[in-house]
Design a binder for this molecule. Structure first.
Ligand code: ZN
Length: 225
């Protein structure tokens, strides 16, 4: 049995029932809808924050990737009536800053976020049908991550929820940005008091450096599928 299923978990927030945040989390919208492509290995992890984004951000949707028996199809992203951009810190990524937000105003836009380890996200962005061909955007440099639950090799690597907090700080109105920041602080508080998550943190993350994920040209391997 995987270690993260040893305790019962709330299906909504991934926390143990006594710490469930679901009823306390606020709800808001971002200026652009989010399609969060979630690697199959992430779906059952209590430390995964994409499910919380989907709870808090009304215009965010989760799309399963690399689930057993359910191959990824670009059709999952939906039709071509919207311009999509994938958020990934590649060398050719355009900085997602206030100028970018201004340029997108009034133009149907969807941001695709990749939810997985750096190695998984690197493979998705290079190879996945419908994702590999999307223009890339990246968050501008910011302060180090405040998320300490899963170790990332570099301080600027963010969990999915924190990524969305940064997106909101750049492109959302002040009320939505403040609400997301507050929700993230709730999450940091709840996770910080959760011994099961401390255990997982000690086990260490699978994360790799983003450049390594990009340079590697391996096929999807058994471990990732
Ligand atoms: Zn919950």
């Amino acid at each position: 049995m995987p270690r993260h299923t040893l305790q019962p978990r709330c299906a909504g927030c991934g926390l143990i029932p006594a710490r469930c945040l679901c009823a306390k989390l606020p709800r808001t919208e971002l200026p652009w809808p989010l399609a969060i492509v979630q690697h199959g290995k992430e779906a059952g992890k209590p430390t995964n924050t994409a499910r919380l984004v989907a709870r808090v951000v009304a215009n965010a949707r989760l799309l399963p990737f690399a689930r057993r028996g359910a191959p990824w199809s670009a059709a999952a992203l939906g039709g071509g009536d919207v311009e999509r951009f994938v958020l990934f810190p590649a060398a050719d990524a355009r900085p997602l800053d206030r100028d970018w937000c201004a340029a997108r105003r009034g133009r149907p836009t969807e941001l695709v976020l990749l939810d997985g380890t750096w190695r998984q996200a690197g493979r998705m962005v290079r190879r996945a049908d419908g994702i590999a061909t999307l223009p890339r955007v990246a968050l501008p440099p910011g302060p180090p991550s405040r998320w300490r639950i899963r170790s990332a090799p570099r301080g600027d690597q963010l969990c999915t929820f924190e990524t969305v907090v940064r997106l909101a700080a750049i492109g959302a109105d002040a009320a939505a940005a403040a609400l997301l920041e507050r929700a993230f602080q709730q999450l940091l508080g709840a996770q910080g008091r959760n011994p099961a998550c401390d255990h997982e943190a000690r086990e260490g993350g699978e994360a790799l450096d983003a450049s390594e994920a990009l340079d590697s040209d391996g096929e999807f391997d058994e471990r990732d599928e």
